[in-house]
Design a protein around this ligand. Structure first.
Ligand code: NAD
Length: 470
């Protein structure tokens, strides 16, 4: 690929002060060079967003939504090109990359349909009280490498529709699709409304601590989220934090074992397990445990692990060397403490490939059970009693999501209500859409993304309370 990627600052596509190589995780070859911004370019991006804010905020919601729709249409028209680039920089199979791009289009279009309404809180006698909502100003979007485009659009859509301007910073290992989106954005929006910069992991603190940034929309690890929250404190910025998880799947005794194995496998291994809400530990009732294991091992053994551009590949590489090393270390520990029943060793070839791995026989305090593996390695654990499994599922500092699987939906829902996470899916997984808010509890996050709640996160409630003079 010979495309020259540029930063987007103040309506100009510009080179960085330097550049860095973006590595294809399937072969460790250079996909392309990314421009690298420095602190001065970051400041220029924030200043441009600040200058663009009054005129952008003065447009009507309909005017802004029409432009967001236009961005979505142009992204859809180039979905194949974006999907190929996403597979090259991120590693996911091409069909999953396409799915992410189309998902991003739907996200933008979904937000373009939403409007913030004014609420009348009182209107009696001469007293009128209403709450209206104003945009915040310059918002920062800081995103991770697992779903670079959809997680950017989750922030871009609501920020723009509600009248904010933005500076976005993708993760250093997956900047290219975000920079390409900058070219579309630049053809549609006034200068400065959206700015996109790239770094090698050093600009995040400057952006989240910048005095002229009013809000940070952050998706990433819990460790980094804590730093973002701390650096936002200096100017009491609004923050939305979508952080890590350690989601439990609970498979009940009335769930057909084969179907459960298919569903749990998908939930754990899609995107090579690199989904914040991937199933990261599976608790299976003892009555179907053995059959469940047989079925999930069969499915894992049949996976086609390879470069995501190849036809028929079901699972691509782990996205980067650091994550590969982290998952490999968890795997080594699990091999000592449990039994590896499928997969089990990184592939001896270029690229960061770990085959889908099923581990049994671990205690609840094993690292693979307690920590967020964020890779294609699933611990399967046995349970006998409902209260016991709920307590084990809830025994985590995380609280992102989870699943309950069972034929008796009412019973499954009753269990789901007791799971201490932002979302629990029953008999399905990853049912995320623009109109349903998504949030983490405990150390999995703060605030909501998506839905009306996600839209309102980009606004400030403002009360006007008036009386008529006698
Ligand atoms: P990360 O926290 O390492 O990086 C995320 C982003 O933060 C990157 O753009 C990075 O450059 C930036 N950053 C790094 N240091 C920073 C700092 N001090 N201040 C501000 N920004 C900084 O996360 P990652 O490894 O890219 O992504 C994987 C993690 O993201 C996993 O824990 C996963 O669960 C989580 N995640 C959560 C959700 C969700 O919606 N809850 C979705 C996807 C991923």
């Amino acid at each position: 690929m010979t495309h020259e990627y540029r930063l987007l600052i103040d309506g100009q596509l510009v080179a960085g002060v330097g550049s860095f190589a973006v590595i294809n995780p399937a072969n460790e070859q250079v996909v392309a060079m990314s421009p690298k911004a420095d602190a001065a370019q970051l400041n220029a991006a924030v200043a441009a967003a600040r200058r663009a804010f009054p005129a952008w905020a003065a447009k009507t919601q309909d005017e802004r939504a029409a432009l967001v729709n236009d961005i979505a249409d142009r992204l859809m028209a180039r979905a194949d090109e974006f999907a190929r680039l996403l597979t090259a920089e991120q590693g996911k199979p091409l069909d999953q990359a396409h799915y992410e791009i189309v998902g991003a289009v739907f996200t933008l279009k979904g937000f373009a349909q939403m409007r913030v309404a004014e609420k009348v809180l009182r209107s009696e006698g001469g007293n009128q009280v209403f709450e209206h909502r104003t945009p915040l100003g310059v918002c920062a979007a800081i995103t991770p490498w697992n779903f670079p485009i959809i997680l950017l659009c989750n922030k871009l859509g609501p920020a723009l529709v509600t009248g904010n301007t933005m500076v976005a910073k993708p993760a250093p290992t997956t900047p290219l699709t975000s920079l390409l989106l900058g070219e579309i954005v630049n053809d549609v929006l006034p200068a400065g409304v959206v700015n996109i910069i790239a770094d090698e992991n050093e600009l995040g603190p400057l952006l989240s601590g910048h005095p002229d940034v009013a809000k940070v929309g952050f998706t990433g690890s819990t460790a980094t989220g804590k730093k973002v929250m701390a650096s936002a404190a200096g100017t009491v910025k609004r923050v939305t934090l979508e952080l890590g998880g350690n989601d439990a799947a609970i498979v009940l005794d009335d769930m057909p074992a084969r179907l459960a194995a298919e569903k749990v496998y998908q939930g754990a291994m899609t995107n090579a397990g690199q989904i914040c809400v991937a199933i990261k530990r599976a608790y299976v009732h003892e009555s179907i445990y053995d059959e469940f294991l047989t079925e999930i091992i069969r499915i894992a053994d049949a996976a086609i692990v390879d470069d995501g551009t190849k036809q028929g590949v079901t699972i691509g590489p782990v996205q980067n060397r650091m994550q590969f090393d982290k998952v490999s270390a968890l795997l080594a520990d699990a091999r000592e403490k449990g039994q590896i029943l499928a997969g089990g060793a990184p592939l001896d070839r270029p690229g960061f490939f770990i085959p889908p791995t099923i581990v049994a026989g671990l205690d609840d305090d094993a690292a693979l059970v307690r920590e967020e593996q964020f890779g294609p390695v699933l611990p399967v654990l046995k349970f006998t009693d409902i209260d016991e499994v709920i307590a084990r599922a809830n025994d985590s500092e995380y609280g992102l999501a989870g699943t309950v699987w069972g034929k008796d939906t009412a019973r499954a829902i009753a269990i789901a209500r007791r799971i201490d996470t932002g979302t629990v899916w029953v008999n399905q997984h990853l049912a995320i859409d623009t109109h349903i808010p998504f949030r983490g509890v405990k150390q999995s996050g703060l605030g909501a993304e998506l839905g009306e709640a996600g839209l309102l996160e980009y606004t400030q409630a403002h009360i006007v309370n008036a009386v008529e003079l006698a």
